[in-house]
Design a protein around this ligand. Structure first.
Ligand SMILES: C[S@@+](CC[C@H](N)C(=O)[O-])C[C@H]1O[C@@H](n2cnc3c(N)ncnc32)[C@H](O)[C@@H]1O
Length: 327
């Protein structure tokens, strides 16, 4: 962009700084282009690295340098949101979040869910972390309702499962969570194939209702769609029926309809309460993911989360938001 005196604006993103060369002035770079001189020449950590690795290291350093500041900003934002929500509740403009139910006073649903955690090897460490948080959130949702859905987390051998090890290192007393079973065996060894329905956004069949004699399997993976058709293919290989949620019949999403484990879990939970898919989707899927700004209630219960006040969205690491909508 030319400034008033006709010079090239060096700050315009994607354009080379003016260095007197008319050729350089006319070259338009990719918006993510940054000058190479940012890579420190006298830092031995960069020696011998490929350009790509140098950039990665630089990016990591920038991230480390700004991490605390960004966290503090996020914390402030959360505080503000919490205050706003409180004020809205006091003013009668929003509903107070439901209270946690005591396990002994809850009546579990007959519908069952299994979270198939046999995909550790396909996830990076931060994705494993995200998976732990998503499972925690499923449990948190169960604690807020009178009729929780019992769920089994499968493939949880403590010697081989990164998820099991992750929970252990968090000193979480997860093994005592109400309405949750931790199974070392894989799904196909625990349940009869006939009672299993593998949920998959890629399935041809659509889940019209929830059948109390079935176990609905959610693929316990955060993969940002690197592994396309993963669960659909697994269901086929095991000879298990698969089905997708009827999202398209009720709401329009801004992007693809692959959801996170906790969102799928919450949709099923809300459906068992209301028997209304539309209400279930609007209650569980974040507003920004829904086209035409249909009012959602997603996040209404966030304050009561056990996972450090994180919202479902927070559970997705930066740059990985795609999976909410999905990749
Ligand atoms: C992040 S997704 C996994 C995506 C993975 N690439 C795949 O192909 O299965 C996590 C799980 O949520 C469930 N899920 C997500 N979106 C769904 C949808 N629209 N319908 C049914 N199940 C869905 C599936 O069980 C899926 O395995």
């Amino acid at each position: 962009m030319s400034s008033e005196n006709g010079d090239i604006d060096d700050h315009e993103e994607g354009r080379l700084p003016s260095e007197g060369s008319s050729e350089a002035d006319s070259v338009v770079r990719h918006p993510k282009w940054r000058p190479h001189h940012e890579i420190p020449k006298d830092d031995p950590a960069f020696d011998g690295l490929s350009k790509r690795s140098q950039k990665r290291l630089l990016k990591q350093r920038r991230f480390e340098a700004t991490k605390d500041e960004k966290r503090a900003i996020e914390k402030e934002k959360r505080k503000l949101k919490k205050r706003e929500r409180h004020e809205a509740i006091v003013a009668g403009l929003a509903q107070p979040p439901p209270k946690r139910a005591k396990p002994e006073e809850q009546t579990p649903c007959r519908v069952r869910i299994a979270i198939d955690c046999a995909f550790d090897d396909l996830m990076m460490d931060k994705e494993i972390k995200s998976m732990l948080q998503q499972i925690t959130r499923c449990h948190s949702q169960n604690r807020l309702t009178q009729h929780p859905i019992p769920f089994t987390v499968t493939s949880q051998d403590k010697n081989t499962s990164k998820i099991a090890q992750g929970f252990k290192s968090r000193h979480d007393d997860h093994s005592r969570w109400a309405h949750v079973k931790w199974e070392t065996r894989p799904i196909e060894q625990i349940f009869d194939k006939d009672e299993l329905i593998y949920l998959s956004a890629d399935a041809t069949d659509v889940c019209e209702t929830l059948d109390e004699s079935k176990v609905y399997v959610i693929g316990g993976i955060v993969d940002h769609n690197r592994h396309k058709l993963l669960c659909e293919n697994k269901a086929k290989t095991l000879g298990i029926k698969s089905a997708q949620l009827p999202i398209g019949d009720y709401i329009k999403l801004n992007s693809r309809k692959v959801l996170t484990v906790n969102h799928v879990f919450e949709i099923l939970l809300r459906y068992t309460e209301t028997h209304d898919w539309q209400k279930a989707f609007l209650a569980a899927i974040p507003q920004r993911k829904i086209e035409n700004g249909q009012e959602t209630e997603a996040g209404l219960y966030e304050q009561q989360e056990e996972d450090g006040g994180q919202t479902g969205d927070d559970l997705v690491s930066p740059g990985h938001e795609a999976e909410l909508s999905e990749p």
